[in-house]
Ligand binder design. Structure first.
Ligand code: NAD
Length: 264
């Protein structure tokens, strides 16, 4: 049997049916971790997705459909991971949504949903995963924040508030466990071309009468000096680094991978 860095360990990635979460889940499976997937989508497509990844990397995979805005469903997902794999060694808090509007027009239910999914869910998964990690004296919590956890942008009040909150939560989680083998860090991507961002590209194309390609260029040129999208594969490689022995003393950082966005 081949062994890899994360053989025998279990990773749970919230919101891993699409985009960045899926890229990170693949990267962790490639390192030998068993995987619990989570997120929304077509049931058959999701089943194919996690079955295929299990076969490709010769790891065990499972899926739980918990809604990250519902604490009781999050608890059921963590119990499911415990029953299936004996706990979670690598927790990636990735599920997230976006809504773009000025504060005075921001729908209250959108604010509540963004805070619940992008911030509060990480508290619930972490509080339930930490005792098991502490018992094993090894664990990794990786919070998908954003460059918007470091800087603001107009019309993204709830998202920027949630991501800044998540960076703060990351630091406290790291500090409370600093004397253990459990680390916690945040990843802060700039623009990544996932469905979450394609929606913003589409909105911009419609509003400004631009083609899809020109709307992408406009989005990038405004904020991301590299002019290139960050990829889920690059973010997966950073998550793998956090899980490696070289990451043992990386604690409480908010590491941006943003094509230079936050350097400006
Ligand atoms: P995406 O829309 O491609 O994927 C989001 C995932 O979250 C999907 O699997 C979706 O089903 C899941 N999800 C949404 N609501 C959920 C809920 N209530 N419960 C469970 N799962 C839910 O988005 P993405 O771009 O891959 O974003 C992933 C994370 O990365 C988010 O936290 C996002 O804020 C962050 N991020 C994205 C970018 C970017 O440019 N795409 C940049 C910085 C940070």
């Amino acid at each position: 049997m081949k062994t890899s860095m994360l053989s025998g360990k279990t990773a749970l990635v919230t919101g891993s049916t699409s985009g960045i979460g899926l890229g990170i889940a693949r990267a962790l499976a490639q390192q030998g971790a068993n995987l619990v997937f989570n997120g929304f989508g077509d049931a058959q497509q999701i089943e194919k997705l996690y079955t295929d990844i299990g076969k490709e990397f010769d790891v065990q995979t499972a899926y739980h459909n918990a809604d990250m805005s519902k604490p009781d469903e999050i608890a059921a997902m963590m119990q499911f991971a415990d029953a299936k794999f004996g706990g979670v060694d690598v927790l990636v808090n990735n599920a997230g949504i976006q809504h773009v509007a000025n504060i005075e027009d921001f729908p209250v239910e959108k604010w509540d949903a963004i805070i619940a999914i992008n911030l509060t869910s990480a508290f619930h998964t972490s509080r339930l995963a930490l005792p098991g990690m502490q018992k094993k004296n090894w664990g990794r919590i990786i919070n998908l924040a954003s460059v918007h956890g470091l800087v603001g942008s107009a019309q993204k009040s709830a998202y920027v508030a949630a991501k800044h909150g998540l960076v703060g939560f990351t630091k406290v989680t790291a500090l409370e466990n600093a004397h253990t083998g459990v680390t916690c860090n945040a990843i802060c991507p700039g623009w990544v071309l996932t469905p979450l961002v394609q929606k913003q590209v589409d909105d911009r194309a419609a509003k400004e009468g631009l083609s899809n390609e020109d709307a992408k260029k406009a989005l990038l040129s405004e904020k991301q000096p590299s002019g290139e999208f960050v990829t889920p594969e690059e973010l997966g490689a950073l998550a793998v680094f956090f899980c490696s022995p070289a990451g043992d003393q990386v604690r409480g950082v908010a590491w941006n991978m943003d094509g230079g966005w936050a350097a400006q």
